[in-house]
Write a protein that binds this ligand. Structure first.
Ligand code: PMP
Ligand code: GLN
Length: 383
């Protein structure tokens, strides 16, 4: 068969590769990001309740009104943002779908899309399939901040979209309000749009809160903001996300969304809407919950030889390992998984041109016992 791949350089995602390797070798899986603790029991009960009640047929294409209204209420509560539930909020089957659809609704043949490396792995294939080209800008070494001068010089007449992600996977870096001002300055009076991936919005550990793109008046009209309930409710497998954008952008977004998934699992939408309404405190509790896990993990990992700057957000922690191994990061995580019994993610795979410093990413969304056991295995291995 003459099968010319549309994604010749794409293999299986690193998350699938590492989780599979962890399972094959019985390793503790700190690679792919997902919690090993349960979703809130009340949320499970609600899921069952709504399924039993008969909420099992196609919901509206853009999501049930109850959930869109609760998302609007959440945006007002957390960020003081006014978003119209009917014309500006679309429920999607996870953030992955929302990212794919946002890209396909605005990126055309020959358009350029700026991404920051290390970049989450779903961005580039979506751009390629849309006929666009990604322009990669590395985040600054050390603190993984954005070099706005580099962005200015990378912008061209063909630039259509800039994709940002804060809190950032895999580095845990968090953008500041001044970053949003820089971005607004760059896109002012241009056709450039912004796609902001904010799936870790409720996992920020410093005193400063998450800065949603949608809270910046100058960026609001030119941006898609994407988030997901998978992270907030310890339910990554439920795949319910959403996109917030101006009515004009939302119209284009929905034209694509209706032919990708059309809509999203009905009883889960009801359960999440009900839970969001009755437990608004959940979003505020999450940072302390994950900060305690990050701190425990850092403490348990002390003295093994990894160098770790505490993550500012997400449930990921980067670790430099130059002191304990000279292997490249892909070989190193293979060794960790197969020999030490702990799986991690190599960071170089998220770069167009990987930097010199070798890093791996650990997911600390695990029970305290699991984190302690993983650190114990690594300690014994490197002793
Ligand atoms: N963006 C980033 C940065 C992520 O880390 C993830 C998944 N963990 C997603 C998007 C996808 O989210 P979802 O599972 O809701 O599709
Ligand atoms: N986003 C998750 C991570 O970074 C994985 C999601 C996936 O497997 N597609 O680990």
């Amino acid at each position: 068969m003459d099968l010319q791949s549309k994604l010749p350089n794409v293999g299986t995602t690193i998350f699938t590769v590492m989780s599979r390797m962890a399972a094959e070798h019985g390793a503790i899986n700190l690679s792919q990001g997902y919690p090993d603790f349960p979703v809130p029991p009340e949320l499970l009960e609600k899921l069952n309740e709504y399924a039993q009640r008969g909420e099992n047929q196609y919901p509206p294409m853009h999501g049930i009104a109850y959930l869109r209204e609760q998302i609007a209420a959440k945006l007002a509560r957390c960020y003081n943002i006014t978003a119209d539930a009917e014309s500006e909020i679309t429920v999607t089957s996870g953030a992955t779908e929302a990212l794919f659809v946002a890209i396909h609704s605005v990126v055309a043949n020959g358009d350029e899309v700026i991404v920051f490396d290390p970049a989450y792995d779903s961005y580039e294939p979506a751009v390629t399939l849309a006929g666009g080209h990604t322009v990669h800008i590395p985040l600054n070494a050390g603190d993984f901040s954005i070099d706005w001068d580099r962005v200015r010089s990378a912008v061209s007449g063909r630039t259509r979209l800039i994709i940002i992600n804060s809190p950032h996977n895999p580095t845990g870096a968090v953008i500041q309000r001044s970053d949003l001002d820089e971005l607004a300055d760059i896109i002012e009076d241009t056709r450039i749009l912004v796609l902001s991936d904010e799936v870790y919005e409720h996992m920020v550990f410093g005193s400063d809160n998450h800065h949603s793109i949608a809270s910046h008046p100058a960026l609001r009209e030119q941006s898609f903001v994407v988030s997901s309930f998978g992270k907030t409710y310890h339910a990554t497998g439920w795949k319910v996300g959403y996109c917030v954008a101006s009515p004009a952008l939302t119209t284009e977004f929905r034209k694509v969304h209706q032919f990708v998934t059309f809509t999203t699992h009905t009883p889960t939408q009801w359960a999440i809407a009900d839970y969001l309404e009755h437990h608004p405190e959940r979003d505020e509790q999450l940072p302390a919950f994950y900060k305690a896990k990050r701190d425990l993990f850092l403490k348990e990992m002390q003295g093994i030889g990894f160098q770790m700057t505490p993550s500012h957000g997400t449930y990921f922690q980067l670790a430099a390992y130059g002191n304990i191994s000279s292997s490249d990061d892909v070989s190193f995580v293979t060794e960790l998984t197969q020999q030490a019994g702990v799986a991690a993610i190599p960071v170089s795979v998220f770069y167009e041109s990987p930097p010199e410093q070798r890093l791996v990413r650990f997911c600390f969304a695990k029970s305290d016992d699991t984190l302690a056991e993983a650190a114990g295995l690594l300690r014994r291995y490197f002793e």
